[in-house]
Design a protein. Structure first.
Length: 141
């Protein structure tokens, strides 16, 4: 029925360096999730501003947004509440990359994974799994 749920808009950055991509391991409600760095759009915020804010908050990195990569094009119910998740992904680069990325949230661990090591089960969230497959197809040739 219309109006019963709400939209949950998420914005993520995909930082590919060589043949590896940066990911977060995050604990949510006691469960470990492997996902791309980013998070929820706040009311009154644009998606690019959200991406900059999330990377600054989570990784203390200023980023350059290169291009749009993917926006969810199928229905995905949230695993956490009564909402429909819409995720927007951008290819990004850090303006001043630090080889020792320190996540500012103690519940998260950020690290690089090789593109060749990405499998259908690498990412925890269904939309990230679609994006992981797209990344392998596009960047690992």
């Amino acid at each position: 029925m219309a109006g019963e749920g709400r939209f949950n808009i998420r914005v993520y950055g995909i930082w590919i360096e060589g043949e590896r991509v940066l990911v977060n391991e995050e604990t949510i409600r006691g469960e470990k999730y492997i996902k791309f760095p980013g998070g929820g759009l706040e009311f009154g915020e644009g998606v690019i501003a959200c991406l900059h804010r999330e990377w600054k908050e989570e990784l203390d990195l200023e980023i350059k947004v290169l291009e749009h990569f993917y926006t969810t094009d199928f229905f995905q119910a949230s695993a956490f509440d009564n909402s429909q998740v819409i995720s927007i992904y951008y290819l990004i680069k850090a303006k001043h990359p630090d080889p020792y990325i320190i996540n500012t949230n103690p519940e998260e661990y950020t690290h690089w994974i090789k593109l060749a090591d990405i499998t259908p089960d690498t990412f925890s969230l269904p939309i990230d799994r679609v994006v992981g497959k797209m990344i392998v197809e596009q960047f690992l040739k």
